[in-house]
Design a protein around this ligand. Structure first.
Ligand SMILES: [Zn+2]
Length: 172
């Protein structure tokens, strides 16, 4: 029997997707800051699991369809970044490997691996919290992304940075 290489993220995301589908329509559509705060909540949950606090949300048609925090330690998988887990769950949810109608909200600038995945998935838009000059993909240039992908940074950046700083300070 072939086992899925990463069964966990889908299981983790599934109850959330159900909850979102059942939620009553909001009077006002969620804005970027609201989705980023959802991603920050995932980052906080990651910190509580002793994971580097990074969180991600994938939104489509104004609704969050997947959310995840970093699970590199738990899964013993260096590729289990928050973005990868949320993107995998979003593709599963939509039944599509193309996410051109979706927005990724992520608390920290994606690495090169995640930027590559985002290019393959042709994500419509990426909204980043804090920039990551050390490990972020933009030090290699934004050309790593699909040409149609819109890219923005600085949404709730202070909150994201504060979480990361507190995490690493506590570990010193
Ligand atoms: Zn990454």
């Amino acid at each position: 029997m072939v086992r899925a290489s990463r069964p966990l993220p889908v299981r983790v995301a599934a109850p959330y997707i159900r909850r979102m589908a059942e939620a009553p329509n909001l009077l006002q559509p969620l804005d970027d800051a609201a989705f980023m705060r959802m991603a920050l909540a995932e980052a906080e949950a990651a910190a509580a699991r002793d994971e580097v606090p990074v969180g991600a949300v994938v939104a489509c048609d104004g609704k969050a369809i997947a959310r995840a925090g970093n699970r590199v330690e738990q899964l013993n998988d260096a590729s289990a970044h928050a973005e990868m887990l949320a993107l995998t769950a979003a593709q599963e949810h939509l039944g599509s490997r193309v996410l051109s109608a979706c927005i990724l909200y992520v608390t920290l600038e994606p690495c090169v691996m995640c930027a590559g995945a985002l290019a393959w998935m042709r994500i419509g838009r990426i909204v980043v919290g804090a920039e990551d000059p050390k490990s972020g993909f933009t030090r290699f240039g934004r050309g790593l992304l699909h040409p149609k992908t819109r890219y923005e940074t600085g949404v709730e950046a202070e909150a994201s940075t504060a979480l990361l700083q507190a995490f690493f300070r506590a570990r010193r």
